[in-house]
Ligand binder design. Sequence first.
Ligand code: S3P
Length: 427
Amino acid sequence: MLKSVKNPKTPLKGEITIPADKSISHRAVMFSSIAQGECIIRNFSSGADCHSTLSLFKKLGVNIEFIDEKTLKIISSGKLKPDSNNVYSCGNSGTTMRLVSGILAGENFDSILTGDESLSRRPMKRIIEPLTLMGADISSIEGHAPLTIKGKELRGIEYVSKLASAQVKSCILLAGLKAKGETSFEEPYLSRNHTENLFKYLGADIKIQGNKVTVKPSVLEAKNIDIAGDISSAAFFITAGLIIKNSNFVIKNVGINPTRAGIVDIVKRMGGNIEILNKRLISGEEVADIRVQYTDSLKSCTIEGADIPRLIDELPIIAVLASQAQGETIIKNAEDLRNKESDRIKCLVKELSKMGVDIKEKEDGFIVTGRKDLIGGCELESYHDHRLAMSFYVAGLICQNEIAINGFEWTNISFPEFENLFSRLIQ
Ligand code: S3P
């Protein structure tokens, strides 16, 4: 689908509520499916990725039904049952494939996990290697899906990861729930900790020391879960508010877990006008409302090291923000961006350059020199990548000439409400 986007030439005003966090939605369904009992999940994501997780656990015999559009009831015996053909699709979702591998590796049945074209290109060695050390039997096509998992008894390991990755960490911790002995995972920087928070909330035996987390064999309790709004979705609105003249609005119910809120710190570092209001806690996660106002004097910054896992999914939209900041914004140590739904370094640089952004590709990131007017008047490719499509849309709102985005329907992967919410703020 080709989507035209033009500069509304009007500020964004009003109030919106951001839909559910994708990472927490996945985990809520997975963890409730392996817990024994009944629970209600409120404010579940409507994105296609989370629906891939949901369909997969239904196939594994878990009783999941919608009470209303965003509320799920899950009843599980705590034991997964293999489907007759043993093949489970993860769609486009890396989180589904990597976390579910950790669950299925320790089952007493075999399974095959498949993905779409993009997911089948993404690296799976990062989970196959540590799971194999735990005694798992997984075969792949040179480290790529489909993954054939033969259920085995697992043993705990002490794993020191070179990569800061919540998907790898969560996979290993999930496998650790059923492994013999203790399982620990240590990473160079702290990645998002929703698994740790939910494990604690659901009664798992878990210990956290800095960037190291240790789990002992545990059975999760079935408990109701309320899901916070997604800061990665809010990031598109935060950026639009900062760069569209005279904008001033509130984004309600945004998860501000410190391992995810890197975008807020970066906006502050860049001098952006952002306020965190009404902080509260829901199901073990911090939530707030965010007021954003147009800022005429944004300045560049360097984003690297421990910053990166705290805003890994926001880097495409940060490139758009940086295009309106004075000076050079430098992104380093973000080479894993090349392994996302697309090669986000190469594709971002190619497409934003077409619009008139001064952006240069680096092996492990990119450099944006800001304060150039965006000309637009071009067609952009989304490369089947939801976050690229949404980033280009926001850039389109400040271009002089209309742009068109090819493959805009990929926004449905994480955020089907995206365009609708924008139209509510455009006066
Ligand atoms: C996610 C972790 C991140 C992120 C992805 C969701 C998760 O990936 O990019 O969109 O829910 O655990 P990595 O852990 O591979 O960095």
